[in-house]
Unconditional design. Structure first.
Length: 197
């Protein structure tokens, strides 16, 4: 019976020691957070000094000699109000949409992408930033996702060909087609246009 009493006392003592240790750790951890956190400073002067320094770094306060003067709202530049984005009803429209569906119908074993920037076609990038921002209306890839043709759909007014774009695509081995919106080819003619010699 004496052994059971000693064993019970050791168990209760161990539990009490564990609870005391956990309580001590939480108190020490909270005190170290208070010391390192600038927002939880116990001294009001330190907090106001830290707030002043933060405002100075943001440019909200200008220092003239020994006095600090806050910037006025009139000196702040006018920032246009942010407008909420509005989703397009149709990502593709008009002749480009029709050309997309013609390519999909005539090239069932190919993939067609719309509005692709030229910079996305090169693994090394383009040194000319203006050329890199230009895009093509449709990009046709084979079943291995390798680009084989770039298509621009030209409106009824026509327009001159972009020689830089044509030369860049030719250097990369991608066929470039300019299709007229007035006379788009039939789906069965698309493959012959892409793979003609």
């Amino acid at each position: 019976m004496g052994y059971l009493g000693v064993l019970a006392a050791l168990l209760i003592g161990g539990i009490a020691l564990y609870v005391w240790y956990r309580l001590h750790q939480s108190i020490v951890q909270n005190e170290s957070l208070d010391l390192t956190s600038p927002r939880k400073s116990r001294d009001g002067a330190n907090t106001s000094l830290e707030m002043f320094i933060a405002a100075y770094r943001r440019g909200e306060v200008a220092v003239d000699g020994a006095s600090a003067v806050a910037k006025t709202a009139e000196s702040a530049p006018d920032v246009p109000a942010a407008t909420a984005p509005v989703r397009r009803e149709q990502f593709l429209g008009g002749a480009v949409k029709l050309a997309f569906f013609l390519c999909k119908a005539g090239l069932k074993d190919h993939h067609v992408f719309a509005h692709v920037q030229l910079a996305r076609l090169s693994a090394t990038g383009i040194s000319d930033a203006a050329l890199a921002q230009r895009s093509i209306d449709l990009l046709v890839c084979n079943s291995e996702m390798s680009a084989i043709a770039a298509i621009d759909v030209i409106g009824p007014e026509g327009g001159t060909s972009d020689t830089q774009k044509v030369d860049y695509l030719r250097l990369m081995g991608i066929r470039y087609l300019r299709l007229s919106a007035r006379s788009l080819p039939k789906p069965e003619e698309i493959r012959a246009l892409l793979y003609r010699m």
